[in-house]
Design a binder for this molecule. Structure first.
Ligand code: FMN
Length: 296
């Protein structure tokens, strides 16, 4: 086969490892498939991409069912054997010192014990895509074991899962009033997403007073999901009769506001703006304010 795209990069994908169980005239079988993923919540669907020469594909086409057994870190040997031999060569599941079988709940295909997830699937779609076939299964029974960690695959090697990685956020220590204000805006959301405009003049920045609290911030809004942020901000500024020309390029500021043990995560998408009319003095605030100093 002549490959038009250089192949080295494909080793740099990172995937989990699943073992796909199936059954056919020659009995049950298992193969390793890193190309396995959930593709819908409701109904819950899983797609597996299987090469055309495999024994598994013939089995699934016949029985219209398969098991997705997501390998745990203790299952490198199982993954290696299920991926290293074909069911046409050896009855892999009869290797009792390698595979531990568990009983299915809703299908007739056996499942593998010791996995992080076992999903029993009914085949609902088959599609040829390049040199693999996409087989989509509707999950009719699923269980997981949260004492197990998933096995990962990268550059042809197996890996355990590393520690969690926090997306970068600047920690800003604020007073209780400031934290309460933003917590109220967030209404319990994990991350408060807002879009604001920075209008600077000498050492000052344009602020607005919020109704009820009188709390001062740069003009900012929380656009509903799916709304264009810049347009929404521009409309808000026009409604507030603020004559501000909003520039095109935004910047992103990500904070975690802290006051004692209390925190609130905030994403600010900020546009620079130019005031096109004279703004009264009481609209300007010093840039040394605890939040504002981090925005400019
Ligand atoms: C780590 C690993 C990942 C694999 N991922 C896939 C995959 O996503 N799709 C696929 O068709 N084959 C994949 N394979 C290859 C099959 O598991 C292999 O061809 C197997 O022998 C097929 O078994 P069968 O003929 O019994 O169905 C993988 C193999 C290994 C070792």
């Amino acid at each position: 086969m002549i490959r038009k795209v250089p192949s080295k990069a494909e080793r740099y994908f990172s995937t989990g490892i699943s073992m796909i169980t199936s059954r056919g005239p020659q009995g049950p079988n298992v193969m390793t498939a890193e190309w396995t993923m959930q593709i819908s919540y409701s109904p819950m669907l899983i797609a597996v991409f299987i090469h055309k020469g495999s024994h598994t594909i013939k089995n699934i086409k016949k029985t219209k069912e398969f098991g997705v057994n997501v390998a745990s870190q203790e299952q490198t040997t199982e993954a290696s054997v299920a991926g290293g031999y074909s069911g046409s060569e050896i009855d892999k599941l009869s290797l009792k010192n390698v595979f531990h079988i568990s009983k299915p709940h809703k299908i007739k295909t056996p499942m593998i014990a010791g996995c992080t997830i076992n999903a029993e699937c009914k085949l609902i779609k088959t599609e040829n895509l390049g040199d693999h076939v996409m087989m989509v299964g509707k999950v009719i029974h699923i269980k997981h074991d949260d004492t197990k960690s998933p096995l990962m695959y990268h550059k042809g090697r197996y890996f355990g899962i590393g520690g969690t990685m926090e997306p970068g956020r600047k920690e800003v220590i604020v007073n209780g009033t400031t934290l309460d204000f933003f917590k109220n805006l967030a209404e319990g959301k994990f991350v408060l997403k807002c879009v604001g405009v920075l209008v600077e003049s000498k050492n000052k920045i344009l602020v607005m007073k919020w109704p009820k609290t009188g709390f001062e911030t740069i003009p900012l809004v929380m656009p509903p999901q799916g709304k264009n942020h810049r347009d929404y901000l521009a409309r808000y500024l026009a409604d507030m009769r603020l004559h501000i020309k909003v520039e095109k390029e935004p910047i992103m500021k990500r904070f975690v506001l802290k006051n004692g043990a209390e925190i609130q995560r905030i994403n600010f998408i900020l546009f620079k703006g130019k005031s096109t009319k004279l703004v009264p003095d009481n609209f300007w605030k010093s840039k040394s304010d605890e939040i504002i100093s981090n925005l400019v």
